[in-house]
Ligand binder design. Structure first.
Ligand SMILES: NC(=O)C1=CN([C@@H]2O[C@H](COP(=O)(O)OP(=O)(O)OC[C@H]3O[C@@H](n4cnc5c(N)ncnc54)[C@H](OP(=O)(O)O)[C@@H]3O)[C@@H](O)[C@H]2O)C=CC1
Ligand SMILES: CC(=O)[C@@H](O)[C@H](O)COP(=O)(O)O
Ligand SMILES: [Mn+2]
Length: 409
């Protein structure tokens, strides 16, 4: 396996940075970015189940004031922050008399991530999570990392910041948590291949004609996982798996051609690592995000979660198939973006965010998502990403081109 020394360092950084203090759950202070979302609510549930073990520094959402205020009171958070300033007054009102600090706006979200918590859940959806995730990494926090779009649009720069500031990234995405649990980061040259499993989404057995007519309700009805709307649509196009191949590349330092995708409709085998001696190690479990979140929350220990345990006697057949590249071109687009390097993955991600939002708003059809993404990828000129300012600029240009293409339809 060809793994450069930089990649090997990056892979090690995902696990235990040398000399890093390992906070025990008993001393852990916690911030949850995106606390009102699907991953956020699961995280809140685990933290709330053991109130003696965690002190909550800050909770962050975009605009769901009612839920954010309830969570902040339940967890006795020190601060609650909404990104959308239009909701500041409502949040202030909901938390008046509690002593909980309240703030709003994009800078307030970054400031919340910069507050001194040992452990930060990065569960904002989309590239909007980049600045707050960076703020947590830059003060050397342990970052439980769900927000995959950040690594897709700025992976190399983000991993460099993680290394520079001695932060620790713990994967939360179920496939990457699975790999993390069976990946020998001490001996990366023994790893020959990563195999990411994919459910195939709600349209695995549908024709392209069916997909062209797909409604929002059908697209977000994931067969095995209960998730937010954006990632559910990504699963339906299989762009989610494309984003995850890029995420795995950055987290584990593996080249694109050593990261395979295997369709596994039951979502029981969460991913696999193949070693040079022919061993293949996998992590299994029921499709329940509380498990990978608990792996990151308790790490390096194991903490108990509620929920059903996997029973292989009653779980039925486990099936595995090769992905269908004709039906799901998003996988090809993601691999092309990886091979192109530079700004390509950032452009793809930005266009995908715009196209998925337009589909969810009923402005375009399901198959238009892949068309908008491909059009944007072929329109935005290739460039290198040398700084985070470059990332912001390319992201803005790609969003504009994708939006114009949607308007022109
Ligand atoms: N859901 C899952 O099981 C999994 C999710 N992931 C990844 O985790 C991330 C979160 O996914 P998911 O929980 O499904 O998403 P949701 O849409 O359910 O939740 C998103 C969260 O982010 C908040 N948010 C959105 N925009 C901003 C912003 N600009 N600033 C601050 N907060 C913001 C939302 O607040 P509000 O509620 O107020 O809008 C909400 O709390 C995604 O990157 C996804 O790909 C990865 C693996 C599994
Ligand atoms: C739970 C999780 O990690 C999701 O990213 C999941 O992988 C989505 O399912 P797909 O395999 O259908 O994309
Ligand atoms: Mn996943």
């Amino acid at each position: 396996m060809v793994v450069s020394s930089l990649q090997a360092v990056a892979a090690a950084q995902v696990a235990v940075p040398e000399g890093a203090a390992v906070p025990t759950p008993a001393t852990r202070t916690v911030t949850i970015l995106g606390s009102t979302g699907s991953v956020g609510c699961n995280t809140v549930e685990l933290v709330a189940a053991d109130p003696e073990q965690y002190q909550v520094e800050a909770l962050v959402a975009r605009k769901n004031v009612d839920l954010l205020a309830r969570q902040a009171k339940e967890l006795r958070a020190k601060a609650a922050v909404v990104a959308d300033e239009a909701h500041y007054a409502a949040l202030k009102d909901a938390l008046s008399g509690t002593g909980i600090e309240v703030a709003a706006g994009a800078q307030a979200v970054v400031d919340a991530a910069a507050r001194p918590a040992d452990w930060v859940m990065a569960a904002i959806v989309g590239a909007a999570g980049m600045e707050p995730t960076l703020a947590a990494a830059r003060r050397g926090a342990t970052v439980a990392f769900a927000n995959k779009e950040v690594l897709v649009c700025a992976g190399a720069l983000m991993m460099a910041e993680v290394k520079r500031h001695g932060a620790t990234l713990l994967p939360v995405d179920s496939e990457h948590s699975a790999i993390f649990q069976v990946f020998d980061s001490e001996r990366v040259d023994g790893v020959s291949r990563l195999i990411l499993t994919a459910s195939g989404g709600p349209f695995r057995n549908k024709s392209r004609e069916d997909m062209a007519r797909a409604t929002v309700k059908e697209a977000v009805a994931h067969p095995t996982w209960d998730m937010g709307a954006k990632i559910s649509v990504d699963s339906a196009t299989m762009m989610n798996k494309g984003l995850e191949v890029i995420e795995a590349h950055h987290l584990f330092g593996m080249p694109e051609d050593k990261i395979d995708v295997l369709v596994h409709p039951q979502s029981v085998v969460h991913s696999l690592v193949e070693y040079v001696d022919g061993s293949v190690l996998a992590q299994l479990g029921t499709p329940d995000m509380r498990t990978p979140i608990a792996v990151a929350l308790g790490w390096p220990r194991r903490i108990a979660t509620p929920g059903e345990r996997l029973n292989l006697v009653t779980s039925g057949h486990l099936e595995f198939y090769a992905p269908d590249p004709e039906k799901f071109p998003a996988l090809r687009l993601a691999r092309e973006a990886m091979r192109a390097g530079g700004c390509a993955a950032c452009v793809m991600n930005a266009a995908n965010e715009i196209a998925v939002a337009a589909f969810l708003d009923g402005r375009i059809g399901f198959l238009d998502i892949e068309r908008i993404v491909e059009h944007t990828m072929t329109t935005v000129p290739h460039s290198r990403l040398n700084s985070l300012d470059d990332v912001r600029e390319v992201d803005t240009v790609a969003r504009r081109i994708a939006s114009e293409a949607i308007q022109a339809r």
